[in-house]
Structure formats: C-alpha cells, structure tokens
Write a protein that binds this ligand. Structure first.
Ligand code: ZN
Length: 133
C-alpha cells in the first residue's frame, strides 16, 4: 500500500524523538495510523483531500452548503463522513483510548508542533496512569 509521505515523515520524527509506537494497529475494529498501546493513544493523520476533507481545505473540496452552528468544527452541517469519524472516536474512547487527529497541512506547516503535541499527550497519559497505580 502506498503511504502518504507526510505520514512517513511524522513517524520518522517521532522515532527520532525516541517515541515507540505501533503502525496500523487495529483498535476497536479501526486501523490506527500511529498507536501507543501502553498509553492507549491513537493518532490519525489524514490527507486534506481524503475522506471528509480538512476544515481548512474542505470548502475547496465540497460544494457550498448553508452555514452550520459555530460549535461544529467544520463550520458546516456534519456530513455522513464526519458523523462516521465521530462514531469512530467514540468507539475508541469507549475502549479507553484517547484520540488525536491531525491533517496533512498540520504536518506540512509545523511537524515539530505535531510531535510536541503528541509527546505532551503521552506524558499526560503516563502521569494519569501513575496517579491511578
Ligand atoms: Zn488542510
């Protein structure tokens, strides 16, 4: 399977940072791009043009629709695709996993910020786990 370059780049940066993860691990019936099974963190990184399309580039990819409530992160009525993503997130959360989603443009713009965000989330989860021990 051809993998998008930005995903490989991100994995390389995470490895350089000394972070260990599983690739394409299946969790709660979903293929997780980057999984940290110990901390139960699932990271998804999607192409801007893939599936639902990212919030920033979504406009360009979809025909104009009526504006939706501002609490909607996409600024539009949820499409079936976005509803599916939400269901997937809930399924992982029900399985006690934390879900992080990034876009191709996040990685393109500032890969270090994405790595930092993932590392901070891991530290947070490790801290929580130690508190419960
Ligand atoms: Zn984008």
């Amino acid at each position: 399977m051809r993998r998008p370059m930005f995903l490989e780049e991100l994995k390389e940066e995470l490895r350089k940072d000394g972070l260990e993860f599983a690739e394409d691990e299946v969790v709660a019936g979903m293929r997780v791009h980057i999984a940290f099974p110990k901390e139960r963190l699932a990271v998804f990184v999607s192409l801007c043009s893939e599936g639902c399309g990212c919030p920033e580039h979504y406009e360009a990819l979809q025909p104009a629709e009526e504006a939706a409530p501002s609490e909607n992160p996409w600024g539009k009525a949820p499409t079936a695709c976005q509803a599916r993503l939400e269901r997937e997130t809930h399924r992982l959360e029900d399985a006690k996993w934390k879900v992080m989603r990034f876009w191709e443009h996040d990685v393109d713009r500032d890969i270090d910020a994405v790595v930092d965000e993932i590392r901070l989330a891991l530290e947070d989860l490790q801290y929580q786990a130690s508190g419960q021990a």
